[in-house]
Design a protein around this ligand. Structure first.
Ligand code: SAM
Length: 208
């Protein structure tokens, strides 16, 4: 994970992603299955940082009738996505763009934003710029977005607390911070089994 958190812009294909693939798979599957009461009528899914298609395959499995857009900024990842037989399918569109310059369709029922490493708790200049970029993008596209699924690595830092008795409170405080910073309301949470990362299923605050 330390390698991932330090290398946010490295193509996913160059990271040891297979070490986290199972945790990612389980966390995504759990959040989808545990929230079917919300996630019905999902016609359009945008996996804007689609990597090597771990998430894309799960979306295809659970939403076989949806239109699924898979995008990644890295050519290497897009090559992997294009080589996956299940994705050679007319309901799937694969693109190779910076997601923050993507023109979204009119309505995206479920968007997945799966950074290599992202938390609203980082204070470095680069991290602050990334948070600002995401926030601006969410504001710009808010009328097109329904459910927003985001990966967040705050829980990783809790693993290294000497005294873990306050971790639960710290996580609650962090979730409030995340909601305030990004103007999102967290509806459900699914943590990776290894506690490196969490998924937040969110709504844009004003649409809750
Ligand atoms: C954690 S991986 C995604 C894993 C993916 N969900 C999967 O299941 O394979 C993060 C991906 O984000 C991509 N990425 C980073 N910044 C991006 C951007 N601005 N636009 C599009 N993709 C980006 C990276 O190339 C990397 O493949």
């Amino acid at each position: 994970m330390s390698r991932i958190s330090k290398n946010v812009n490295i193509p996913y294909t160059e990271l040891n992603y297979y070490r986290y693939a199972l945790c990612k798979k389980i966390a995504i599957t759990n959040i989808l299955l545990q929230n079917t009461k919300y996630l019905h009528n999902i016609d359009t899914i945008y996996d804007v940082m689609a990597g090597v298609g771990i998430s894309g395959k799960i979306f295809l499995k659970y939403f076989p009738n949806s239109t699924i857009f898979l995008n990644d900024i890295s050519k290497e990842c897009v090559n992997v996505l294009c080589s996956i037989p299940q994705f050679i399918n007319k309901q799937i569109q694969i693109t190779n763009q910076d997601c923050f310059s993507l023109e979204l369709p009119k309505v995206v029922d479920l968007i997945f934003i799966d950074y290599n490493s992202f938390t609203c708790n980082e204070c470095s200049k680069v991290a602050k710029e990334r948070i600002y970029q995401l926030k601006q993008w969410l504001v710009k596209n808010k009328s097109k977005l329904n459910w927003v699924l985001i990966s967040d690595t705050y829980v990783f830092s809790l693993k290294f607390q000497k005294d873990k008795t306050n971790n639960s409170q710290k996580f609650s405080d962090y979730k409030l911070k995340f909601e305030n910073v990004l103007n999102l309301k967290i509806i459900a949470v699914s943590c990776y089994k290894n506690n490196d990362c969490c998924l937040f299923l969110c709504k844009i605050n004003e649409f809750v």
